[in-house]
Each structure stands twice: as C-alpha cells, then as structure tokens.
Design a protein around this ligand. Sequence first.
Ligand SMILES: *Cc1c(COP(=O)(O)O)cnc(C)c1O
Length: 241
Amino acid sequence: MGCDILCSRYMTSIAANLQAVRERIGAACLAAGRSKDSVSLLAVSKTWPAASLREAAAAGQLAFGENYVQEAIDKIATLADPALEWHFIGPLQSNKTRAVAENFAWVHSVDRLKIAERLSAQRPSGMPPLKLCLQVNVSGEASKSGCTPVEAPGLAAAIARLPGVTLKGLMAIPEPTDDVTLQRRRFALLRETLGTINTELGGGLDTLSMGMSDDLEAAIMEGASIVRIGTAIFGQRQYQT
Ligand SMILES: *Cc1c(COP(=O)(O)O)cnc(C)c1O
C-alpha cells in the first residue's frame, strides 16, 4: 500500500473502515445473488490494543478474531464485555488449548483430532459448546497449515462425535495471490469439501470461514459465511503473522 494518507486514515477511523468493509460485503453479496445477512464479519484484531477493539465495538462490531493466546486473554480480561464474541483463529498448540477452551466461543483453526479432543475435554461444563471449524489446506504445496481435503471428512466425523464442542464447518487460508480465478478455485475447493462432508455426515455443517481483506469478494462468490478481516478495518499491522 505504502500510502501515508491512506494508512493514517485507516488508523484513525476504525468506524469508517468498518463501514467500508460492510459495503464491500454488501456489494459482493449482491453480485453473488446472496442475502447480505448470509455473511458475517469477524474483525481480526491481532496486534491491536484493547482501545482499537473498543472503538470497533462502539461502531457495532462485536465478533473479534485473535491469533495469539496470551495476547487474546489479556484483551478479553481488559475489555471484560460479555457482549463481545471471541474467535480463536491462529495456530493452536496442545499446551494452549485449556486457555482457549475456557475463554473463546469459537476456534477456526482445528487441524487435527488431538486438538479437538483436548478442547472437548477442557471446555468448562457450564459454558455452551465451543464452536469449531476444521482448517483445511486448499493450496496444496503452497501452504502447510490445515488437513488435506482428503483427510477432512474422516476428521470431521471424529470431531462431530466429541462432547463439549460443536463442529460448525471449515476454514481455509489460501496462499495470497492477486489472481482472482485462483482465489476462487481455492475457495471453491473448501465449499466442495464441506459438501462432501455434509453428504457423508448427513448435513448440518453450515460454516465456511474464508476470505480476508484482499480476497473477501472471491470468498463470498464461493459461499463464505464468515469473512475474517483485519487490515481493512484496523490498518497495516506493525508485525505480520
Ligand atoms: C491475520 C489473519 C486474518 C486477517 O488478514 P487481513 O489480510 O489483515 O484481513 C484472517 N485470518 C487469519 C487466520 C489471520 O491470521
């Protein structure tokens, strides 16, 4: 981007950026012939301070995605707002599952059964089931995170049997590319994988968590139900993940 005026506007006007993102989502839904209520916006707030999230919340954004467990726990405690909904979207190691099971409503980045089993066992019984998405690698060799599309149905069947968690659908982070045709092919593969799983499990999974700041239109064309947007809301992060 490299534009000082644009970047400073991003950093000072979270509410305006949110409005612009909502308009992009609305336009993409219109182009795709979908209702705009069929796509929900997850604000990805990794690296941003609690004050930025408060600003977004004041503008009506209540669902936040975080990638780092300790950073997220600190913000959840600082904001202490029961209206906020917390989604864990980063790589999850076994030794961090308890904090996630106790503090989040969703985990999008489940990539193996062991993690789902730990989240299931560690979800406090007084809380509603933790909503899970299975992360699928739709980019082949170009990416390392997520199970393969071939592994997904078996893993989904095993996760769907666990107590304390509810499998909602699939998530993907395709490799970045400006090629819209390739973007759509990756997202279509996630949609098709969800279709295969629903056929095998008898339906019920309705979530496709896909699309970020640079490719949300392609994701919505291919059926995204949650788009995860960071930069277009909060601005350029000082460090990348
Ligand atoms: C950082 C991140 C996003 C947001 O990316 P932007 O390009 O800033 O919109 C979405 N999903 C995941 C898993 C991320 O780590």
